[in-house]
Design a protein around this ligand. Sequence first.
Ligand SMILES: C[C@@](CO)(OP(=O)(O)O)[C@H](O)COP(=O)(O)OP(=O)(O)OC[C@H]1O[C@@H](n2ccc(N)nc2=O)[C@H](O)[C@@H]1O
Ligand SMILES: Nc1ncnc2c1ncn2[C@@H]1O[C@H](COP(=O)(O)OP(=O)(O)O)[C@@H](O)[C@H]1O
Length: 289
Amino acid sequence: MITTWPAPAKLNLFLYITGRRADGYHNLQTLFQFLDYGDTLEITPDSSGKITLLTPLTGVSDDENLIVRAAQALKTVAAARGTLPAQAGASIALEKVLPMGGGLGGGSSDAATVLVALNHLWQTGLSVAELATIGIKLGADVPVFIGGHAAFAEGVGELLQPAEPAEKWYLVAHPGVSIATPDLFCDPELTRDSPIRTLDELLQRPFHNDCEAVARKRFRKVDELLSWLLEYAPSRLTGTGACVFAEFDTESDARQVLELAPKWICGFVARGLNLSPLQRTLSGLKAST
Ligand SMILES: C[C@@](CO)(OP(=O)(O)O)[C@H](O)COP(=O)(O)OP(=O)(O)OC[C@H]1O[C@@H](n2ccc(N)nc2=O)[C@H](O)[C@@H]1O
Ligand SMILES: Nc1ncnc2c1ncn2[C@@H]1O[C@H](COP(=O)(O)OP(=O)(O)O)[C@@H](O)[C@H]1O
């Protein structure tokens, strides 16, 4: 039985870097919201005992692919707690639309969807908190995708508090370059000392991303793209880039600007969502059984 699951994109509506831990990771204060746009996974549970990825990704070996790593990690934890069915296996096909290294969280979202979907299909019975504990080891953004609600995140993304930002329309644009998250965090000019503020304080200030100045300095195309978008609407970098987004009150306003975009810009229009499409799919399946 093939089941279809969304792996939505996220935006970091704001992102502040408040310090650096002894292990080199950076402490953040960031506001995550989902988009009604993302990858799609087709998952067929079976009793082969194996995880088969039917759609390899160029440049990412199957063993490194977060989809396979998430499935294997769930098998290990469920086996240890005695809830893994005998010979639990699955074949998984990925329809990839999110650019890799784009700051839209595609890899983390794929991993979260696999954890949530296989936990349901195999009936391994892990709680959201247990899935998030597996997820954070795969990537800092996996827990928010598992939680399925827009959230204010602190620490490196593991301390989550549900939030209700306005569900705007976004023009999300890719400048045609990829930014590796570790490279950006290594830059000596990165702002790392933003003051720690409460969510209420942050919501009242203009939203900002501390990674943006470094991304604009290092990547001319990011700089050009933001300069162009800022002529039409408030616009920012998401995550560590390379994608940027401009916010609008209506879909048609966002589409009008996308139509004006120079040819080198790839973009799409999507709506911000505080409830993840993954959560909606899971609730629908639970209601129908
Ligand atoms: C900063 C964010 C905001 O959403 O950027 P994007 O990746 O979405 O652009 C994410 O939390 C990123 O999450 P993710 O891309 O999963 O990062 P990880 O694989 O966990 O970390 C990659 C590397 O980036 C650096 N890193 C990452 C997160 C962090 N809070 N501090 C860091 O210094 C570390 O060098 C780490 O080894
Ligand atoms: N299923 C996957 N989808 C995307 N990237 C993956 C996947 N599995 C592993 N990766 C690796 O994770 C890196 C970060 O990917 P991604 O999450 O799309 O970017 P970002 O964190 O900037 O949004 C990729 O460059 C790739 O090497």
